[in-house]
Every structure is written in C-alpha cells, then in structure tokens.
Design a binder for this molecule. Structure first.
Ligand code: ATP
Ligand code: MG
Length: 174
C-alpha cells in the first residue's frame, strides 16, 4: 500500500494498545490491505480478533504461545522457544513482503524481558520492514525500539474498571 513502511509502537500501562492496533488493521482492511496480526505468548481462539479473521478478507491472526501465563522472572524454555518461533515468522513476513501491515502484539513485553535480543530485533525491523507498516504493542517498550520508531503512543491508565471488579468482557477486552 502506498506510503506504508513506518514503525509504530503502542505502549504504556493503560488499556488500548492491542485494540488500537486492531483498529488500524480494520481501517487498512477497508482499503484492501493485507494484515498479519502475530500474537506472542497467546493461545486462545476465543479472542474476538481471532474469530473476526474468518470474516475479513486480508486479515489474518496467528497466535504463538501457550494458554498459560509466562513467568517473566524465569521464563520456561518452551515459552522462550515459542517467542523465537514467532519472531522467525515475523522476519519471514517482512523478508517476503507478504503483508501491508504487520502487528507484533506483545513484542514489547518479550523484548523488555529479554526473551529476544533487543538490538538485533530493532535493527532487523529498521532494515527490513520495506513497505510493510509494523506496529509493536505491549507495555515497557524498550528504549532502542522507541528510538527507532516513527510513532510512539503511550497509553496511560487513568482509570480501569478492573479495579472495580469488572474483568475481561467478550468483545471489549477479549
Ligand atoms: P486491549 O487488548 O484491551 O487493548 P492492552 O493491549 O492495552 O489492552 P494488555 O497489557 O495487552 O493491554 O492487557 C490486556 C488485558 O488487560 C485486557 O483485558 C485489558 O482490558 C486489561 N488491561 C489493560 N490495561 C489494564 C490496566 N491498566 N489495569 C487492568 N487491566 C488492564
Ligand atoms: Mg495487548
């Protein structure tokens, strides 16, 4: 797509990082763009975006992970291997220039916890995104990624219904 090929980062502790990226995907889809959403450390076909992929042409969602929480203090080798697998898929997608938009959901978290080599990943994204727009989401985006990005938005938590006891709702959070 004309003009695509920038690097965006959505980070911060407030809600809206993944949903903002999905909003871009919806908008891009309306213009005929091809999108891949790669969701790191996730294995849950119950997510609305995963289900919606079946209805939207050019909108693909892949989850690479296990259906359990990752212990960031001491990541299981399986989780590390799956994050690495996800990154290989992302690299291939960029090298093959198969997509207009590549969303790397929770890449920031994986980088923040050194599950991938930060400098290497940032260098690869800078050098190889070509005409693919890349959006990396997740808390704690590391400084080298922020430095390399063309756009960085920080979602700041002001209030979240979670603290009033309202947890994940289908279509809003999940
Ligand atoms: P969303 O997917 O809703 O856009 P997100 O990508 O900004 O959220 P994540 O860190 O990926 O946030 O967390 C995803 C889940 O955690 C969602 O259910 C979201 O509502 C919830 N969440 C996000 N921010 C907060 C917060 N500050 N406090 C409590 N729960 C949160
Ligand atoms: Mg998210």
């Amino acid at each position: 797509m004309k003009g695509y090929g920038l690097l965006q980062v959505y980070t911060g502790n407030g809600k809206g990082k993944t949903t903002a990226a999905l909003g871009v995907a919806l908008r891009a889809c309306g213009h005929g763009a091809k999108t891949l959403v790669l969701q790191f450390m996730k294995d849950d076909p119950g997510y609305g975006e995963y289900k919606a992929a079946g209805y939207l042409p050019g909108f693909e969602v892949r989850q690479i992970g296990r259906d359990c929480f990752v212990d960031f203090a001491n990541p299981d080798p399986i989780d590390l291997a799956m994050v690495q697998d996800g990154w290989e898929i992302a690299k291939r997608a960029l090298l093959e220039q198969k997509y207009d938009l590549l969303i790397l959901d929770e890449l920031n978290i994986a980088l923040a916890h050194n599950m991938l080599p930060v400098e290497e990943v940032v260098r690869f994204l800078k050098d190889n995104k070509g005409r693919t727009e890349v959006i990396a989401t997740g808390r704690y985006a590391p400084a080298p990624l922020i430095e390399a990005a063309d756009l960085v938005t920080e979602m700041q938590e002001v209030k979240h219904y979670f603290f009033a006891g309202i947890h994940s709702r289908d279509g809003i959070d999940h």
